[in-house]
Design a protein around this ligand. Structure first.
Ligand SMILES: Nc1nc2c(c(=O)[nH]1)N[C@@H](CNc1ccc(C(=O)N[C@@H](CCC(=O)N[C@@H](CCC(=O)N[C@@H](CCC(=O)O)C(=O)O)C(=O)O)C(=O)O)cc1)CN2
Ligand code: MET
Ligand SMILES: [Zn+2]
Length: 808
């Protein structure tokens, strides 16, 4: 009989209770016990969600992040946090994640990085070659005991752990003796280092395996039936032979624990086809395979997602699974998508399989990346559309229904009970209702997928420079200025109809005028309107484009207490009317300096929303590009001579498998070019990306052919620039000169030094001066101080260049 389970659930709370509790705790408004109480309530909620499942998963809860918790569990705490007197593990964790202040100065937090190709960020553990690991299992025991209290002694529990190989692969290895913040610069270029699985990290695997073994013993003592060892790196097609061998040795050792729970090796986010042979050799009790994937790559073997029918079935090729353990966990429901599954198609496939194996059924990955439940979604999402959706709670219900239907069948005949039949029929009818609605609304226009090239950059640059008359090393910002509580209040009041459109517009205009004045006072060269009308760079545009539906409570954790509310793409994407013209036009009317038009690019719009599954994501990206192209043309016609099209998720959207990189590079850059197709040569197109490991994507970034690219580099002391040499075909570059994620104010000298470093790599005509990213999460006093110093530094170095020219 198949058994049901999930790899994990959301934890931020149906009404973001944990987010609110965390922020109150950090502000000193509630105490530790009050925060703990909310944490316990979130764990109990997760147990209630799992009531109908056969195996109940714990260990997926975290107050901040599970990679961080894993580092704390094994005491992988960098030296700089050890002298802070933080004996409480919860507070120590917050210090690692958020930094700390100390009498000797600020202690820099650990870095954050994207969790594979999701919009979730994990905390990057910092290890060094002398690391000795020890077990601190309080939190593990706590999560198990909470479950036991709620469920009694008989429910089979599974404890979810990030596996040893993935933990090391994603950690960053620092030089021994590093003093913390400074050590980063010596080691790597921002994101680039750890994600590649540093060879040195592998040397720590034997030591780490020993503590994992100890932990497995402890889990057995606690009466846990299963341990879920998550090794999502096993879906990559880029693991070196050394890593593959290391993984094998490690898992052999884990198998030797005399008393251990059963082990479920979990792979997810794509099908693990390249590593199936290794996986088959690993001595584990069960393997979880993601049979859905992320939809951004073009998988060519079993596990491919046929992109034809909505909520499509999996493509399960039995022959590929030979040699895997008898117990297989099949990730058959899309754990990252919001569409109901085609249960009929799934049943047909699974029926052939059910009698051959001891089956476990699960969503493809943890449901962390989905909203909790559709129960509160009556209002924003059109009713017929709602019928076709499934969030976390509804995915689990689908799973239970699948199991019931499969249990009813046998080899000879397949006859689910009346009740199950009825539930299946209802599910089918819901999907059909949604599909009909989509068809009625006229979905399915296939967009053109090519973009004409602009004139050569040299010609454009000449015209742009003549038109804009900017000084050498022009200064600018990335777009947003602080999102103050007052702004949020006004937006909310407008949304709820508590203030009129006129009053709302007046307030936003006031904020724009103020933001322009601030920038003029600082002396910046290219100004922005500050994005005060935007709750989020994606949600805002989704709200103004047809084809996207907004949810009311569909919050998904992005990092720590921060959440995003992705929109749902359900129909062809079109622009019913201009979106930004009024705000940008107003901003430009306040100043003589150029104001950049500010748009969110097509890849980012789709990547940070929930896409359709009935047509390829690529088509949705091109539809968005066509809609944005209209906005670009209208902005240009209105007199905007600089237009920035942010592609913050350009790197995140790169498929996990190397095999899929060339295809992605080609269409993603073409989609970007589509946005600016037909603009005049004298109109300057900017783009911005916040994640800096472009080493595997440089050609695609160059093929976007943007006149100016602003990027995140300051954390790595400009090391990234070494890879962005001229041959890469990039034009003008604005390597961020300071880190906006930190409240620290960079000094003029520090900033000037970074600008001089950048000049070592780029001629002055190609260099722009700007922060790393938007300023929306900072306070005005921080922003003012930092930008003043940045402007001074720019002017200082500008003067050096000019006097250098005179003497030369
Ligand atoms: N989509 C997306 N992904 C991204 C980024 C991004 O900017 N957008 N940036 C990177 C980093 N990620 C980030 C993700 C979230 C936040 C963030 O600050 N989120 C806010 C929510 C943003 C938002 O939509 N706020 C709404 C308010 C939503 C809300 O809480 N409303 C409440 C109460 C509002 C209030 O009084 O404050 C209500 O309606 O009841 C607004 O500004 O208008 C949060 O968690 O606090 C920041 C960075 C990578 N991924
Ligand atoms: C996450 S990238 C942010 C880009 C956007 N224009 C901003 O400045 O906020
Ligand atoms: Zn950014």
């Amino acid at each position: 009989m198949p058994k049901t389970h999930t790899l994990g659930l959301p934890r931020i709370g149906e009404r973001r209770e944990l987010k609110k509790a965390l922020e109150s705790y950090w502000n000193g408004m509630i105490n530790r016990n009050q925060l703990r109480e909310v944490g316990l309530e979130m764990q109990r909620l997760s147990l209630r969600y799992q009531r109908e499942l056969d195996i109940v998963t714990v260990g997926d809860f975290s107050y901040y992040d599970r990679m961080l918790d894993t580092a704390l569990l094994f005491d992988a705490v960098p030296q700089r946090f050890r002298g802070l007197g933080l004996y409480d593990r919860l507070n120590l964790g917050f210090a690692l994640a958020r930094g700390a202040t100390h009498s000797d100065g600020d202690v820099e937090p650990l870095a954050m990085r994207k969790w594979f190709n999701t919009n979730y960020h994990y905390i990057v553990p910092e290890l060094d070659s002398r690391c000795s690991f020890r077990l601190f299992p309080e939190d593990v025991r706590g999560q198990i005991r909470t479950a036991r209290r709620e469920l009694g002694p008989d429910t089979p529990l599974k404890y979810a752990l990030i596996g040893p190989a993935t933990f090391l692969y994603l950690s960053s290895l620092r030089e021994t003796g590093g003093t913390g913040s400074a050590a980063g610069a010596a080691c790597c270029a921002g994101d680039a280092c750890g994600a590649a699985g540093q060879a040195g990290a592998l040397e720590l695997l034997p030591r780490l395996t020993t503590v994992y073994a100890e932990l497995l013993g402890l889990l057995a003592q606690e009466g846990v039936a299963w341990v879920q060892l998550e090794e999502p790196i096993l879906v990559l097609d880029s693991l070196s032979p050394e890593w593959l061998q290391g993984i094998e040795v490690s898992y052999r050792e884990l198998q030797e624990i005399p008393q251990a729970p059963k082990t479920l090796l979990a792979t997810y986010f794509e099908f693990a086809n390249e590593n199936l042979e290794l996986i088959a050799r690993l001595p584990v009790d069960a393997v979880h395979l993601d049979l859905v994937g992320s939809g951004w790559g073009q998988q060519v073997t079993a596990g491919a997602k046929p992109q034809t029918t909505q909520g499509s079935a999996i493509n399960l090729d039995l022959s590929r699974l030979n040699g895997l353990p008898q117990q297989l966990s099949l990730g058959v429901l899309d754990g990252r998508g919001v569409w109901k599954a085609d249960l009929d198609a799934l049943l047909e496939q699974l029926r052939l399989f059910a009698h051959r194996r001891e089956l476990l059924l699960a969503p493809s990955c943890s449901l962390l990346h989905l909203p909790y439940s559709l129960e509160s979604e009556h209002g924003l999402v059109p009713e017929p559309l709602l019928a076709g959706l499934a969030f976390a709670r509804e995915k689990l219900a689908e799973l239970v229904l699948l199991r019931q239907a499969l249990c009813a069948g046998d080899d000879a005949g397949f006859t689910p009970t009346g009740e199950t039949q009825q539930a299946l029929a209802e599910h089918r009818a819901c999907r059909a209702r949604c599909r009909e609605y989509q068809e009625q609304q006229g979905c399915n226009a296939a967009p053109a997928q090519t973009a004409p090239a602009r004139s050569p950059y040299a010609r454009r640059a000449k015209l742009q420079h003549e038109k804009l008359q900017l000084p050498l090393l022009p200064s600018t910002t990335i777009g947003s200025f602080p999102q103050t509580p007052e702004l949020r209040r006004v937006r909310r009041a407008f949304r709820r109809g508590e203030i009129t459109g006129t009053a709302y517009t007046a307030t936003i205009r006031e904020e724009i005028a103020r933001t322009i004045k601030e920038q003029e006072e600082i002396g910046l060269d290219v100004l922005v309107h500050g994005e005060p009308e935007r709750n989020d760079m994606v949600e805002y545009f989704a709200g103004h484009l047809d084809g996207f539906a907004e949810t009311g409570f569909g919050w998904v954790q992005s990092y720590g207490s921060r959440c995003v509310k992705p929109a749902i793409i359900w129909c062809d994407i079109t622009r019913p009317e201009p979106i930004t013209l009024e705000w940008i036009g107003y901003a430009q009317s306040c100043t003589d300096r150029p104001v950049k038009g500010m748009l969110t690019g097509p890849v980012t719009m789709v990547k940070w929303s929930f896409p359709r599954v009935d047509i390829p994501v690529r088509d949705q990206v091109f539809q968005t590009a066509a809609a944005l192209a209209q906005e670009v043309r209208d902005l240009e016609a209105q007199g905007t001579s600089i237009i920035q099209i942010d592609e913050a998720a350009f790197k995140e959207a790169q498929p996990l498998k190397r095999l899929d990189w060339p295809g992605y590079a080609e269409w993603a850059s073409a989609a970007f070019r589509r946005c600016s197709a037909g603009v005049q040569d004298s109109t300057q197109i900017h783009t911005h990306m916040c994640y800096s490991d472009f080493s595997t994507l440089l050609d695609a970034v160059a093929a976007m052919d943007a006149d100016v690219l602003t990027i995140e580099t300051s954390r790595s002391e400009m090391a990234l620039l070494e890879s962005l040499h001229q041959e890469a075909g990039l034009h003008e570059l604005g390597p961020g000169v300071y880190d906006i994620h930190s409240p620290l104010i960079p000094s003029t000298e520090q900033l000037a030094r970074r600008i001089r470093i950048a000049l070592g790599h780029l001629p002055p005509e190609r260099l722009w001066i700007n922060p790393d990213c938007g300023l929306k999460t900072r306070r005005w006093d921080e922003v003012r101080a930092a930008l003043r110093n940045m402007q001074q530094a720019a002017e200082l170095v500008r003067a050096e260049l000019q006097s250098g020219e005179r003497t030369a």
